[in-house]
Structures are given as C-alpha cells and as structure tokens.
Design a protein around this ligand. Structure first.
Ligand SMILES: Nc1ncnc2c1ncn2[C@@H]1O[C@H](COP(=O)(O)OP(=O)(O)OP(=O)(O)O)[C@@H](O)[C@H]1O
Ligand SMILES: [Mg+2]
Length: 291
C-alpha cells in the first residue's frame, strides 16, 4: 500500500534520515523513537509536506509527489504542532476545514456530528477552544484528521498532553479506526503503542532499527534482562558494569532491572523483557545525552 524506498533526508549539511525502507500495509504502525530521532521528518515526507533528499514514497505503486491532490484526498494528518483558531468552537473549526477540503456542507455537518461524538467533544461543540485543555485540543486535531474519512491516517505525537483517561479512550478509538485503514502514529511514549500497534517501527542512528511486532522486538532481549537486589553502595559500580533499566528503592536496598549479555550471577532473576526495556536499552546513549 504505502512503500518507503531508500529514503534519506538532509537539512543542509545535517543528515536526519538515511536509507530508510519500510512497507506499510494496514493496521496500526507505531513509530517509536526518542526526541530528535527523525519521527517528524519521516512523517512530513509521508504526508508529502517535505520532499526526500534521496529515495521515494509510493502509494499503490505511484510516487506520492506525482499523485499530489489524489494522495491528499485519501490522507488524514495531525501535525505535531497543530494550529487552530482559539476563537472558534470545534464545530465551527471543523466546518471551516471541511469547506477548505471541498466537502459538501450537508455531508460535512453530519460527518462533524459523528466525529465530535467519536472524540467525545459533543458537549463542548459550541464552546470557544480558547479555554480547552491540551487533551481537548488534541481531540479536535484527531477529529479534523478524520474529516475526509482517510484511507491513510497519520498522527504525529497524538497522545501528547492527554491524561490517562483520554489515553485509554484514544487507544480505543484508534483500534476502531484501524479496522479499515492504515494508521501511523509517532510517539516517544512506549506504553502508548505497546498495546495497540500491530507493528512497531524504531529508528536509531538515522536508520531503521526494527519494524516488527512487539513480541518479536521484545524477543531480541530474551534471556538478557534480569532483576536483583543490591545495596545502595553497589549502585555506582553496577551502573558502570551493566545497562541499568530501572532502579527501585526497597527499604535500605535497591531492586535493579538491567540488561547483560555475558556471564550471569546466581542471585540474578531472569525476567520477561518488555518493549520499554528494548527502548531503554537501544537508546541508552541518546537518552543519557538528553539527561
Ligand atoms: N527544518 C529543519 N532544519 C534543520 N534541522 C532540522 C529541521 N527539522 C528537523 N531537524 C533536525 O532533524 C532531526 C530530527 O528531527 P525530527 O523533528 O524529525 O525529530 P523527532 O523524532 O520528530 O523529534 P521530537 O520527538 O522532538 O518531535 C533533529 O536533530 C532536528 O534538529
Ligand atoms: Mg517530532
């Protein structure tokens, strides 16, 4: 359906992505990587806002740049920085965007009611957005991306600013939406995609690291994740020796979770690896740099 072929993107001298190949079919694809890894860069190319320095993106075999309008008709997009008009109500704003998209008014009105309900904004449909919470604005953003009933839905950090309840609702909505379309969402929050993404895409060092289901990605650390209890004083040495994933204070001792691929010790308890472990392990250098 959507094929990314040998994609590279350079901003002047700076290389943001290099030789990326990905095939998207249908279902939910989670683009997971730390800040600055190139998620938005990839997404902006997928929605044809910026053009690749090298390579191409094909939709059903045709270059999306050539498809132009035709591609935009089947595309729904929520940018990471979503612009809206504070003095508009969600209903006004969606109607305005529907007009821009050339959707006929009568059809737009019914569509908008349906969408407002879907994102649970019916109650505030006529309230000015100026007083909305981040989560409410984000839901307006999701609704606008769905206006043209897109075959391909691309959301850049859609869960930013959502509270736990809104996150749960969002996951629900996404599962429903993904039944008949391709959905690509980016995030740096593991738990947001762990349960909903059929496929997880991870980018590291400007290149594709993994594109696989959660189970297979977690399997890359099978047998290498352990937990053990150490004293507070041992922590520094431990941290230097192994890749520490988490530490928890337990009375006067520490329970540590870590990765080690060499010789093991008897008091280490092997544990099942989670996506979070892979994320922390693979991006250990990037995450340290960012504090
Ligand atoms: N227009 C631009 N000009 C120059 N460099 C850019 C530009 N846009 C992005 N970059 C750089 O490219 C790299 C990737 O940025 P990008 O925004 O794609 O990352 P991201 O994964 O979306 O990060 P975040 O999680 O912060 O949104 C970063 O180092 C960024 O500084
Ligand atoms: Mg981004």
């Amino acid at each position: 359906m959507l094929v990314v072929k040998n994609l590279s993107k350079q901003y002047g001298e700076f290389l943001a992505l290099e030789h990326v190949n990905i095939e998207f079919d249908h279902g939910v694809y989670g683009l997971l990587a730390p800040n600055g890894a190139g998620k938005t860069t990839l997404i902006k190319m997928l929605v044809s806002l910026i053009s690749p320095t090298k390579g191409e993106i094909l939709y059903n075999g045709a270059n999306i740049m050539d498809l132009d309008e035709e591609y935009r008709d089947i595309l729904g997009y929520l940018p990471q920085q979503f612009g809206y008009y504070k003095n508009y109500s969600p209903r006004q704003f969606l109607l305005y965007l529907a007009t821009l998209k050339g959707i006929e008014e009568k059809l737009a009105l019914t569509k908008i009611e349906d969408l407002l309900q879907k994102v649970a904004l019916s109650d505030v449909a006529n309230k000015k957005m100026r007083k909305f919470s981040g989560g409410m604005i984000q839901r307006v953003g999701i609704a606008q991306a769905l206006l043209n009933d897109p075959k391909v839905l691309i959301l850049d950090e859609p869960t930013a600013g959502l509270d736990p309840k809104e996150r749960a609702r969002f996951r629900h909505l996404l599962t429903e939406l993904a039944r008949e379309r391709l959905v690509i969402i980016s995030t740096h929050i593991v738990s947001d995609i762990e349960s909903i993404a059929n496929q997880v895409i991870m980018i590291k060092n400007k290149q594709l690291l993994y594109k696989d289901n959660v189970k297979n990605i977690c399997a890359t650390l099978d047998g290498f994740v352990f937990e053990t209890t150490i004293s507070f004083e041992q922590l520094e040495t431990f941290r230097k020796q192994y890749v520490l994933l988490s530490e928890k204070l337990d009375q006067k001792e520490m329970i540590v979770r870590f990765v080690h691929k060499g010789e093991t010790e008897v008091d280490w308890i092997p544990v099942v690896s989670h996506l979070e472990d892979v994320f922390l392990y693979e991006y250990r250098d990037d995450l340290q740099m960012n504090g």
